[in-house]
Design a protein around this ligand. Structure first.
Ligand code: HEM
Length: 641
């Protein structure tokens, strides 16, 4: 999920010409340019991930837009929207038929009456071929018309103009863009059998094979039934220790950076954190990427970046017969895949031996204490599956559970740096709930505000921002008939920012979710909020991912203050399966200062009958305040002794 990697957007990006925008700190929109080399950050030298955001991503053919600068995301989006809205209302995007049709028909019409007749016929035939339902609103896009935008941003503006279902024509390609909650529910839940993963499955085949995300039909049904039980309550609860351990290792790294006065690039650190977690959780492999780089970590990233590249490349060079064997890039990818597959095969073999030697009593909440991984559960359950399918499933979960959680943490910390009042509430909760040891399940249940922060971060930055489907038969989307073979993008970004559904849709406001209310999900939000999808193909790792991100966030904010590093490049978005930054999330991390205890002594002199004196002090620890994030005064403690 572009990265098509997770469940979704590969196709969006593949099908949509690469576009780029950067908004600088002043909130202006300008074509993206390579920035000056960023300052030195922890992880920027030796030991930095090869996917290093700063250098290598700058040249990647990804879609970009800005999320930041001093103005914060809201102002940038507002300004950009105003500009695009003006262009939309000028008719720039409005199409009467498929995008390519209008210019061709116009040229034919210039040829006189026979040409006019041909133009009329062409419009009729092509209109039918494009399966336009009556009145289905249409927009036409081109590289030039939306240059400088990330693909989901123009989709938002077009949604405001053309409505919850419209057709977007890009050259000869055409997509249906869905931003209406009822239509999303219809596709994802009520009539889900009539839709497949379409282009997504094609692009991810090289890495996920027929793993759960790209799989369709019977393969998907069988694998889903085998895998879902593995993520039972006891397993997810046991994982909390793993989340705490990995987050503790990250804290140590940050502690060192704080001592050394080095800024840190948080996006790649979050990527390492979630890689370490998912490796252990899915197949009991310790990547230990937070401690050092090794060949396998490198191989995982080569593979991830390749999937990302394929999702954004207009020409599928990897399918050209000779090229794919001689291209150094493809050779590297093949080597990386071979390495990962070998390791997975070894892990499967080791786990099989463990299961064989075990005095096995399999039951619903079965879990091996030494190896609680999903792989162990699957083998112990007697899952009758080929090694290739098992490998595909493990690889799929590795990718699905890694990039998404890392992206959620990245954008959460970005938002926290912009909203210091939220940060201080979060820190107050972490102080109150967490002790010095690792968090327990009871702690996690008490971290209600932290959970709301994650819920709200996922609303503003859904990972992935778009889901992909293809219609397998004729259907009705609301009032519009559609044909078989339509490629559909369900824009979670649009649903999550729809001004009709959300007050102050662009504002990060965890308070919109009451602490004592239910955890927001697609059902109680009527498909206006679907961070984990919905219907039968809903994410299998939703609870896992929520606990993981809650534990990491609480542990980090309890120990450190986070601010954007001075002089750091503005935070810009690139879109793949998840939303990445283009140049990393460069932050200054400082150990939190414990509030000074200021005794408020009211001395009373007391004389006893023998004339000696003593003093009693009623001591009140007064409220201390420290300066947080962006200069805001934060109340940190009040207590009576
Ligand atoms: C915050 C982190 C995560 C987010 C935001 C997220 C989001 C999603 C979404 C939106 C879908 C639906 C895709 C679609 O309908 O096309 C999905 C599917 C899936 N996710 Fe996640 N996910 C996360 C973490 C995880 C984790 C940790 C795992 C594994 C342990 C995981 C495994 C999967 C799988 C296997 C599917 C495919 C399910 C199917 O098609 O039956 N995800 N995820």
């Amino acid at each position: 999920m572009p990265l098509p990697l997770h469940p979704c957007c590969a196709a969006v990006v593949a099908a949509t010409p690469a576009m780029a925008t950067t908004a600088g700190s002043g909130g202006t929109i300008s074509p993206s340019t390579a920035a000056a080399p960023p300052p030195r950050y922890l992880g920027s030298g030796q030991g930095r991930l090869r996917l290093a955001p700063a250098a290598s991503r700058r040249n990647r053919p990804l879609l970009r837009c800005s999320a930041s600068g001093g103005d914060g995301p809201d102002k940038v989006l507002e300004k950009r929207r105003a500009e695009l809205a003006a262009r939309i209302s000028s008719g720039e995007f409005t199409a009467q038929g498929p995008g390519w049709l209008a210019p061709v028909a116009a040229r034919l019409a210039k040829l006189g009456p026979p040409g006019e007749l041909a133009a009329g016929l062409l419009t009729k035939v092509a209109g039918g071929a494009a399966r336009r339902g009556p009145g289905l609103p249409q927009a036409v896009g081109s590289l030039a018309s939306v240059a400088g935008e990330a693909f989901f941003l123009p989709l938002y503006d077009l949604f405001l103009t053309y409505g919850g279902v419209f057709r977007l024509n890009f050259g000869p390609k055409s997509f249906l863009i869905v931003s209406d909650p009822d239509v999303a529910k219809h596709i994802l839940r009520d009539n889900s059998k009539a839709y497949s993963k379409g282009i997504l499955a094609e692009i991810l085949e090289f890495v996920m094979g027929t793993g759960l995300i790209p799989a369709d039909g019977e393969v998907w049904r069988v694998r889903r039934r085998a895998i879902v039980p593995a993520l039972h309550q006891k397993y997810v609860t046991a994982m909390i220790g793993l989340f705490g351990n990995a987050s503790g290792r990250l804290c140590q790294k940050l502690d060192k950076a704080a001592s050394d006065g080095e800024d840190v690039e948080m996006e790649s650190l979050f990527s390492r954190l979630t890689l370490d977690v998912i490796g252990k959780a899915v197949f009991n492999y310790d990547f230990d990427s937070l401690s050092y780089d090794n060949g396998i970590v490198e191989a995982v990233y080569v593979t991830l970046r390749e999937a990302e590249m394929r999702s954004t490349s207009p020409i599928p060079t990897w399918e050209i017969p000779i090229w794919k064997d001689i291209s150094p890039r493809q050779r590297k990818v093949n080597e990386a895949l071979a390495l990962i597959n070998n390791i997975l095969d070894e892990l499967i073999a080791t786990c099989k031996r463990m299961v064989d030697e075990e005095d096995l009593q399999f039951h619903e909440e079965y879990m091996n204490e030494k190896d609680p991984s999903i792989l162990h559960f699957l083998l112990a359950s007697g899952d009758d599956v080929s090694s290739k399918q098992l490998r595909d499933d493990l690889m799929t979960m590795l990718i699905a559970g890694h990039e998404t959680s890392a992206a959620v943490l990245t954008w959460t910390f970005y938002l926290l740096s912009k909203y210091p009042n939220v940060m201080s509430k979060l820190q107050a909760e972490a102080d109150a709930v967490l002790g010095d040891g690792l968090p327990t399940i009871d702690d996690v249940k008490k971290l209600k505000y932290t959970t709301r922060v994650i819920n709200e971060s996922l609303r503003l930055y859904p990972q992935p921002p778009v889901l992909i489907r293809r219609s397998l038969e004729d259907d009705m989307l609301g009032e519009y008939p559609i044909g078989k073979g339509e490629d559909i993008f369900i824009s979670i970004w649009n649903l999550h920012r729809c001004p009709k559904h959300w007050d102050d849709a662009d504002v990060f406001n965890p308070e919109r979710w009451p602490l004592d209310g239910p955890n927001p999900n697609e059902t109680n939000q009527k498909f206006s909020y679907l961070p984990f999808g919905g219907g039968p193909r809903k994410c299998v790792g939703d609870m896992f991912a929520t606990f993981e991100t809650v534990v990491a966030t609480a542990m980090l904010v309890k120990r450190f203050d986070f601010q954007m590093a001075p002089g750091a490049p503005p935070v810009e978005m690139t879109t793949g399966a998840t939303i990445h930054t283009t140049k990393g999330l460069n932050m200054t991390v400082t150990r939190r200062i414990k509030p000074p205890v200021i005794p408020n002594l009211e001395m009373k002199i007391v004389s006893d009958s023998e004339g000696s004196t003593s003093s009693t002090a009623s001591v009140a620890v007064s409220t201390a305040s420290i300066t947080s994030g962006e200069g805001q005064q934060v109340e940190v403690s009040t207590s009576q002794v």
